[in-house]
Design a protein around this ligand. Structure first.
Ligand code: PHE
Length: 466
């Protein structure tokens, strides 16, 4: 048998998994979710979700991938065979691949906005614009399918070019450049926010003062969903990267690093953005427009510094997005390559073209199809795809991974893989995977299907019994 393909450097798994995890979820979504869900309360609950659910699930996916050194479908198949478990568990990986196909299709459209912003900041288009004008700029961008298609295409081509070159030549080498640039840019912007705006303590207060009255069930649910999305869990992405892991790398340690880095970057994104927003007397709870309207308006008011900050910031968003998108293409390409022996280059481009074409559905939902109501759901095609993938398929994938590793797969495999854990921590990990994680995910799952109003009604009813 040929030697399994592994990363050239020991640290690459951490870099690669962190690159996957750190993305639009950290820089775009996390800050606006903090704003929408009551600041510090959300941050605290999010941190708990990461520690209690994120870390153990990250370790689980890594175990399966590292054990088998193959694509996610075969990885599950191989571990299931050793465990005398049903081959049906492979469905977990299939579901994961379907989920990332959908997520990538609109992820690319949104990443495209960052390209447009980087370009327009660079040519000085934003300089001096008022809040209304920036709002109009954003509205005009979304209303213009041609402009969106150009950037959506650029993003998918870039992703394909990296993946087509292979795990070591493409992923490992590109991440070696992208990740340091990402850290440096973010730290530079946090530095600016910290020293130049005078709003740092207000931000610390906003993000870290724990007002427990704001912790509603919905805040918990949103935080958990965000933890899964941000850590790239439940889609066999981490499992796929773990297949390239070297034998001498510890799963526990790596998982702690990746989870920690992802969380750190989300918090830093908040520390970079909120001071600038506060310094301009703007509203932190602007929702998805927080970066593209609120923060951009703040940059627009800062003349030359604003131009530099704008370019740096949106370039940072692009890098974070590319390092995540490549991880969404790799699982399928690796599977095709290993299963059918097909050419990697061709597979990558065909797959990326399919994602690109499917992405047009979301792209048109921001303009010509904006008012289309799919099957009477009250959602346009993009909203529906976002809801189905992020709120249904994602938790479902997470649940399946937890059930498989906790119950389906033999304990022997995990015990052997988590060799660096002592008996107590191994027992704790297994307990969490078997009982805590499935119950919590099930809760998110049911509530996201029922919706906020019904969920609150049920919780109130239960509370009334006590
Ligand atoms: N974790 C990435 C982010 O935070 C998104 C992602 C989702 C990446 C699913 C891979 C798989 O933006």
């Amino acid at each position: 048998m040929s030697e399994p393909k592994v990363w050239a450097k020991k640290s690459t798994f951490i870099f690669a998994a962190a690159g996957s995890a750190i993305g639009l979820g950290n820089i775009w979504k996390f800050p606006y979710m903090v704003g929408e869900n009551g600041g510090g309360a959300f941050v605290l609950v999010y941190l708990l979700c990461v520690l209690l659910i994120g870390l153990p699930v990250m370790m689980s996916e890594t175990i399966v991938g590292k054990y088998s050194h193959g694509n996610a479908i075969d990885a599950i198949s191989k571990t299931a065979e050793r465990s005398n478990a049903s081959q049906w568990w492979k469905g977990t990986a299939v579901l994961g691949m379907i989920t990332i196909f959908i997520i990538l299709s609109f992820y690319s459209v949104i990443a495209g906005w960052a390209f447009d912003y980087t370009y327009n900041f660079a040519i000085g288009e934003f300089t001096g614009k008022s809040a209304d004008q920036v709002g109009k700029f954003f509205g005009d961008l979304l209303a213009d399918p041609k402009r969106l298609i150009i950037w959506h295409s650029v993003f998918m081509i870039l992703t394909a070019l990296i993946i087509a070159r292979g795990a070591q030549e493409g992923i490992e080498k590109s991440l070696g450049i992208m990740m340091p640039v990402l850290f440096i840019l973010l730290i530079a912007i946090v530095g600016y926010s910290m020293f130049a705006t005078g709003k740092f303590s207000q931000t610390m207060d906003y993000m870290f003062s724990m007002d427990f009255s704001k912790v509603t069930p919905m805040v918990v649910i949103n935080a958990m969903g965000q933890a899964f999305f941000s850590l790239s869990l439940g889609m066999c992405v981490i499992m796929t990267y773990a297949a390239y892991m070297r034998k001498d790398v510890s799963i526990t340690e790596s998982s702690i690093y990746v989870t920690g880095l992802d969380t750190l970057m989300a918090l830093l994104a908040g520390l970079a953005i909120f001071p600038i927003v506060f310094a301009n007397d703007m509203n932190a709870s602007a929702g998805p427009g927080l970066l593209f309207v609120t923060l951009s308006t703040a940059f627009a008011q800062l003349d030359t510094i604003g131009l530099v900050l704008g370019v740096a910031f949106f370039f940072l968003v692009i890098i974070a997005a590319v390092s995540s998108s490549i991880s969404m293409v790799e699982p399928f390409v690796k599977w095709c390559e290993e299963r059918f022996g097909v050419n990697r280059f061709v597979t990558t481009f065909v797959y990326c073209f399919a994602v690109w074409a499917f992405g047009l559905i979301s792209l048109f939902s921001f303009n010509i199809w904006g008012k289309v109501d799919v099957l009477g759901t009250g959602k346009n095609p993009f909203d529906l795809l976002d809801f189905v993938s992020s709120s249904i398929l994602l938790p479902l994938g997470g649940l399946l991974v937890a059930l498989y590793v906790g119950w389906g797969m033999s304990k022997k495999i995990s015990r052997e893989q988590l060799f660096s854990l002592n008996g107590f921590f191994f027992g704790l990990w297994l307990f969490v995977m078997r009982f805590i994680v499935p119950v919590l995910i099930l809760l998110v799952f049911v509530s996201s299907i029922l919706g906020e109003a019904k969920m609150n009604a049920i919780i109130n009813q239960i509370a009334a019994y006590f």
